[in-house]
Design a protein around this ligand. Structure first.
Ligand code: F6P
Length: 340
């Protein structure tokens, strides 16, 4: 198995579950180092009961990770020949949307025996209800909001909390709901600064001299005039060509201060949301995904991604995993009942 793309809490729980399932099934598990790079370069780690002992509560990944792209690196041949060269029967690729796309391409176009396991704190992968890592990130946001309440209240301040999630508002919406935010801004809906300023002012009018506004890093800065600004810290893109997000929290807090006259501060939670020990929910989900991925490998059902549908663990065709999964807007409507 390999882990690719950004890390997230629960990766080690999958590695442990696949290893223990394989050992119990009479198979041998091998860890491929740094994503698809390890497959191209035959860089492996032996995985047995001892190697995975004690890793369940650990964040990150013992296999390390990378954004190595076989196609872009001219390494499809090196990856394809690894199976025969190194005696591999199947590879379980644990990764995000981009890794699922690479895995689909290598399976569908090159016939490689691959299975996908969806991971990301963003919870934006199509085909599954939830990804592991998301619940842990939401807990971090909730805890941060709980802490910010006391300081915001003491200083009569507006605190704008910028959270991760790329172009989906899952972390902002769930974290904001769990923390009792007074405003939640997500990429799926352009909430105007004027609407937010009005809610903050209404709170002050009824004696609540502080407000907590959660904003997703991918959200826009929108105005009642119809102007929508796509705020970014810089023009950089990451290894996959995605925009580097960030900066909306600072821009929004400035606008809210200007419009309401109340002091506003910006807090960027950043990679703290991705680090540390997974929650019980993520450990269990990751373990169930790992066990299911092994079952698929043992049954030679390749080209599939394990998935959670309701409370059931199942799998979907990798070819059906396209685009990004955005939030359920009904939940935003419920959250709105607590604003202002
Ligand atoms: O996809 C997970 C994620 O943490 C996003 O929420 C965020 O935009 C991005 O990765 C950050 O990427 P990097 O670790 O490359 O800065």
């Amino acid at each position: 198995m390999l882990t690719a793309g950004g890390d997230c809490p629960g990766l080690n729980a999958v590695i442990r579950a696949v290893t223990r399932s394989a050992t119990a099934g009479g198979d041998e598990a091998v860890g491929i180092m740094r994503g698809y790079r390890g497959l191209a370069e035959s860089d492996y780690m032996k995985l047995d009961q001892r190697a995975v002992s004690g890793i369940l509560p650990l964040g990150g990944t013992i296999l390390r990770t990378s954004s190595f792209e076989p196609l872009a690196e001219n390494a499809v041949e090196a990856v394809a020949t690894a199976f025969e060269r190194d005696g591999l029967d199947a590879v379980i690729a644990i990764g995000g949307e981009h890794t699922m796309e690479i895995t689909r391409m290598l399976h569908d176009e090159h016939g490689l025996p691959l299975i996908g396991v969806p991971k990301t704190i963003d919870n934006d992968i199509v085909g599954t209800d939830f990804t592991f890592g998301f619940d842990t990130a939401v807990h971090v946001v909730m805890e941060a909001i709980d802490r910010l309440h006391t300081t915001a209240q003491s200083h009569d301040r507006v605190m704008v909390v910028e959270v991760m999630g790329r172009n989906a508002g899952w972390i902002a919406l769930y974290g904001g709901l769990a923390g009792g935010a007074d405003g939640i801004v997500i990429p799926e809906v352009d909430t105007t600064c004027e609407e937010l300023a009005k809610a903050v002012t209404q709170r002050h009018d009824r004696g609540k001299d502080f407000s907590i506004i959660v904003v997703a890093e991918g959200a826009n800065l929108a105005f009642a005039s119809g102007e929508v600004r796509h705020v970014r810290v810089n023009e950089e893109t990451d290894e996959y060509g995605y925009e580097r997000l960030g900066g909306i929290g600072a821009a929004l807090s400035k606008e809210l201060e200007r419009m309401t006259g109340y002091e506003a501060r910006n807090v960027v939670l950043g990679h703290i949301q991705r680090g540390g020990s997974p929650t019980a929910h993520d450990r269990i989900l990751a373990t169930r995904y790992g066990a299911q991925a092994y079952e698929l490998a043992a049954a030679r059902e390749f080209g599939r991604m394990v998935a959670l549908h309701g409370s059931e663990i199942t799998s979907v065709q990798l070819s059906d995993v396209r685009g990004i999964k955005t939030v359920d807007l009904e939940l935003l409507e419920i959250a709105k009942r607590f604003f202002a």
